[in-house]
Design a protein around this ligand. Structure first.
Ligand code: ZN
Length: 71
């Protein structure tokens, strides 16, 4: 594997666990749900559940450039 920035082969791989990003439409849906009491019953378990995803990054040891490796 080569760095796309400096073309160096001195690249290390690291795996990190990140919290999943919440999209705008999801936030709007949450607000709409929160207005109703029934909505809260749906919303609370969703908010309590932590969403994480594992991402693999390659880090160039030469220039420090970091990019995500798609599976
Ligand atoms: Zn580089």
């Amino acid at each position: 594997m080569n760095c796309p920035k400096c073309k160096s082969e001195n690249v290390s791989i690291s795996t990190v666990t990140e919290n999943k990003k919440v999209g705008c439409e999801t936030i709007i849906l949450y607000i709409l749900l929160a207005i109703t009491i029934l909505g809260w019953l749906v919303l609370i378990p969703i908010l309590l559940r932590k969403k994480t995803e594992t991402k693999t990054y390659a880090v160039c040891q030469n220039c420090g450039h970091r990019w995500e490796i798609k599976h």
